[in-house]
Every structure is written in structure tokens, then in C-alpha cells.
Design a protein around this ligand. Structure first.
Ligand code: 6PG
Length: 475
């Protein structure tokens, strides 16, 4: 019996995904560049061995799969994917589908898709979220490619995906780069979410002087409320863990410099390209950048010292404010992420289905949460709304929580505690909901020094100064 699907690259993610596929009753052929890895994977597969065809050559691998062959490539993003595709191609035939399941830049995915256009082969860019655990037991899967190729893999992918109250967290989102683009924005939101949680942690640690495990308790309580989410849940666990070497809380021995592999940055670059304000995501990326300049920060602390953080008067009220502040800021970050996707949908002709994207993020992925179920309802009622913030449900939530965000950002600012993502979300909201902004001055300046022109509120057809002794006095 031939395999239903093939997978190349038995690293952590590839191995877990393969076991998931096999466990859900799909026969799978596997291949790894180093055959020893394949042998070990097979030997460790235990009772799932019957569902797995381990292959030592690409020829044998391809021949083991039922045509048209879907082949998942789960290797390091970038050049290695192109190289692997070239190695694979000579063995493939009409209709076969190469599926890149890594965190690819969607522009690479577009290029790979286009390059195969007239070859009879096709390409799927597939975002997979949920880390190791998700890959093994149920990730959220974002698929981009032709509808025909989606039909070929729909059954297998549905069987292995996470389920939210029985609904599979996988969907075909559009042609070519749609899946990888949506995964990139998922990660951008993930960055913002993580940064905001870290900023709240900073307030609790450096403002209130709480210990790691006390902060873990707070997050644990929040996880039972409206902030219920995977990231809050793991934050509690992480904060309560003890380092076996020093006996201290684990988080207290970890260097405060965060790495990044690119998806957050790409989210921001693409937002900028399309002219969408994604300030909370930008702040999160910049937060990681500054975090990594640790030597400079240590020197600057010596130079400037730290402002003294005042203890808030009413601890309980302050904690309630923090919880609401995080919710309000999250709304801003998600609204931005969805706005970027809406713009991309037009730009790249994808027709991205917002309610479905929210739906398949409700479980399996890193940003899974209660909150995403509420976003799903909001977009289902109003799929073409220009901004999540103005849907009735989220407008109510913002009205209820923006005061808390304001108080928390003020407190942090006065205490010298950095809250770039929380503050960006707040300013985003304040700018978005103000009918009369201040860009009239910018327009005047632009006209003054460069005769850039402006529109008048009264509609009078006069688009330049006079500016006194200025230059822009054209009619
Ligand atoms: C996921 C994660 C996962 C990974 C990213 C981000 O959805 O399962 O987003 O894909 O965490 O690679 O990693 P960095 O934080 O290193 O950029």
C-alpha cells in the first residue's frame, strides 16, 4: 500500500508532524538527508511503525507515495528549501505537490509557486503553529496554494490539526503565499502578545516588587478569566519553575536578551510596505532588538540610574487595572494584525477569510485563546469591518478597558518602566478614534518647505500657503 503523503526532514518539528500523521491513520513515507536519522526515527516509532515507510533514497521515497504526491518539506527556511526542491524535482511527475511547512518568508513562497507554474508540479506554502507539542498532537495549519492541491491534502491535514470544540483548526486561505503570510502575521501578533505580557511582568516585578512565583499566581488567576490563553498559561508555569542548579526561580537566572528568527520583522516590513499602522507589533520587534543590546543597557543604567517606582496605593485595584490593560492592549495588537491581513488580501488578490483565520487560531497555535473565539464571532457577524476595534463587541470591550490601560501606561511611565507595546496600543487607539488629529500642522509644514499642497476643510479649491515669508505661495 502506498503512502498518502510524504515528509522530508525529520528534525523536531518534522518528526512530531510525521508521528501525528501516522497516528491519525494516514500512511506516511519519510526521508531525511542523513539516513541514520530516518532509521532512529523509525526504530522509535513503536506501534506507529505500521503506518510509516522509512526511505533511504529520494527515488524510493517518491515511489512510495500515491500520486498526485503531496510532499511536506520541513527543513530550515531559506536556501535549503530551494536546494531540497531541486533535488526532489527529477523524481516528481505531473500534479505532484511540494509543501513547505517551515516558517518561510511568503515572498519566497510566491516565487517558488510561480516558478513551478508551467512545470506541471505545484507548491503549497503551509504555516504550522503550535511548537513541538502542537506538531505532535494537533497544530493550527494555514494553507496557501491552488484549490486543487488543497483538495488533495485536505483530509490528511484535517485529521492532524487541532480541534476547537470539534472544529478543525486548518483551512485553505488562498493562492500562493496566503498561508505563509497569515502565519507570519500570526507570529507578529505572537511577538506583540509576548512583549505585552513581559511588560506587565516588568511592572509586577520592578514596580510592585513581586517574586516570580507570586507573579505566576497572578497570571494563573487571569488565565481563569478573560485573558484565558496559552501564552498566559505557560507564563504561569514558567514563572513558577525552579532552577535545579541555583534553586532560584528559572526566570531569574535567564539572560534578558530575546532572539528572533524573522517572522515578527517581516510582519512589520509588510505592514509598512502596505501603509498599515502595526505599531504594537513594531514595538514588540524593537523591544527584542533593545533587549539584545544588553551590554549597552547595563552601561546606560550605570550612567543614568533608575527612577524610583512608587508602589500603587490600592494593590487589588491595581491588579484589576493590569488585567484590563492587557486586554485593551491585546485588542489593539490583534486589530493591527488583522488590518495588515486585510490590506494584503487586496494587494495580493487572496480574498483572505478573516472569520476563518480567527477560527483556526482558536486552538493548536501559540496565540490560541478565548479571545480568538470572540474575534471569530465579531468577524463572522461583520467580515468586512475596517477595524476590529469598531465591531460592536470589541468597541464595548475597549470602552470598558481603555481607562485601565491609560492608568497602567501612566504609572509605568512615571516609574520609568518601559512599556513600548502597551503604550503603542494605547496611542494607536487614541489616534484612531480622534476625528480631528494634528496632521494639519504636518501638511502645513510640508507645504511650507516643499509646496506639497493640502486640502482645506471647507473644500475651497486652494491648496497652498501663503506662509508669510515662506516659499509655498503658489496659487
Ligand atoms: C509557532 C511559533 C513558532 C516559532 C517561531 C517564532 O507558531 O509555533 O511561532 O513558529 O516560535 O519560529 O520564533 P522566534 O521567536 O525565534 O522568531
Amino acid at each position: 500500500e502506498q503512502a498518502e503523503i510524504g515528509l522530508i526532514g525529520l528534525g523536531v518539528m518534522g518528526a512530531n508532524l510525521s508521528l501525528n500523521i501516522a497516528e491519525k491513520g494516514n500512511k506516511i513515507a519519510v526521508f531525511n538527508r542523513t539516513p541514520e536519522v530516518t532509521k532512529k526515527f523509525y526504530a522509535d516509532a513503536g506501534e506507529l511503525q505500521g503506518q510509516i515507510i522509512p526511505c533511504e533514497t529520494l527515488e524510493q521515497f517518491v515511489a512510495s507515495i500515491r500520486p498526485p504526491r503531496p510532499i511536506i518539506i520541513m527543513i530550515k527556511a531559506g536556501d535549503p528549501v530551494d536546494q531540497q526542491m531541486e533535488l526532489l524535482k527529477p523524481y516528481l511527475s505531473n500534479g505532484d505537490i511540494m509543501i513547505d511547512a517551515g516558517n518561510a518568508n511568503f515572498r519566497d513562497t510566491m516565487r517558488r509557486f510561480d516558478n513551478l507554474k508551467d512545470s506541471g508540479l505545484t507548491f503549497i506554502g503551509m504555516g504550522v503553529s503550535g511548537g513541538e507539542e502542537g506538531a505532535r498532537h494537533g497544530p493550527s495549519i494555514m494553507v496557501g496554494g491552488t484549490e486543487e492541491s488543497w483538495k488533495r491534502v485536505e483530509k490528511v491535514l484535517t485529521s492532524i490539526s487541532a480541534k476547537f470544540h470539534g472544529e478543525p483548526c486548518v483551512a485553505w486561505l488562498g493562492e500562493n503565499g496566503a498561508g505563509h503570510f497569515v502565519k507570519t502575521i500570526h507570529n507578529g501578533i505572537e511577538y506583540a502578545d509576548m512583549q505585552m505580557i513581559a511588560e506587565i511582568y516588568g511592572i509586577l516585578r520592578d514596580g510592585l516588587g513581586m517574586s516570580a512565583s507570586e507573579i505566576g499566581e497572578v497570571f494563573g488567576r487571569w488565565n481563569a478569566g478573560r485573558l484565558n490563553s496559552y501564552l498566559i498559561e505557560i507564563s504561569e508555569k514558567v514563572l513558577k519553575a525552579t532552577d535545579p542548579i541555583s534553586g532560584k526561580p528559572m526566570v531569574d537566572v535567564i539572560v534578558d536578551a530575546a532572539g528572533q528568527k524573522g517572522t515578527g520583522k517581516w510582519s512589520v516590513i509588510e505592514a509598512q510596505n502596505m501603509g498599515v499602522a502595526a505599531t504594537a507589533i513594531e514595538a514588540a520587534v524593537a523591544g527584542r532588538v533593545l533587549s539584545s543590546q544588553r551590554t549597552e543597557r547595563l552601561a546606560a543604567e550605570k550612567l543614568f540610574g533608575l527612577p524610583k517606582a512608587s508602589k500603587p496605593q490600592d494593590g487589588m485595584a491595581f491588579l484589576a487595572d493590569l488585567e484590563n490593560a492587557l486586554l485593551a492592549a491585546k485588542i489593539g495588537a490583534y486589530a493591527q494584525g488583522f488590518a495588515v491581513m486585510a490590506a494584503a488580501s487586496k494587494e495580493f488578490n487572496w480574498n483572505l477569510p478573516m472569520p476563518i483565520i480567527a477560527k483556526i487560531w482558536r486552538d493548536g497555535c501559540i496565540i490560541r485563546s478565548q479571545f480568538l473565539d470572540e474575534i471569530t464571532s465579531a468577524f463572522t457577524k461583520d467580515p468586512d469591518v475596517p477595524n476590529l476595534i469598531v465591531t460592536p463587541a470589541f468597541a464595548d470591550m475597549v470602552k470598558e478597558t481603555d481607562g485601565a490601560l491609560r492608568r497602567i501606561v501612566s504609572y509605568a511611565t512615571m516609574s520609568g518602566l518601559p512599556v513600548p507595546a502597551l503604550a503603542s496600543a494605547l496611542s494607536y487607539f487614541d489616534a484612531y478614534r480622534r476625528g480631528r488629529g494634528t496632521a494639519n500642522l504636518i501638511q502645513a509644514q510640508r507645504d511650507f518647505f516643499g509646496a506639497h499642497g493640502f486640502d482645506r476643510l471647507d473644500g475651497v479649491d486652494k491648496h497652498h500657503g501663503p506662509w508669510g515669508s515662506g516659499l509655498a505661495t503658489l496659487a
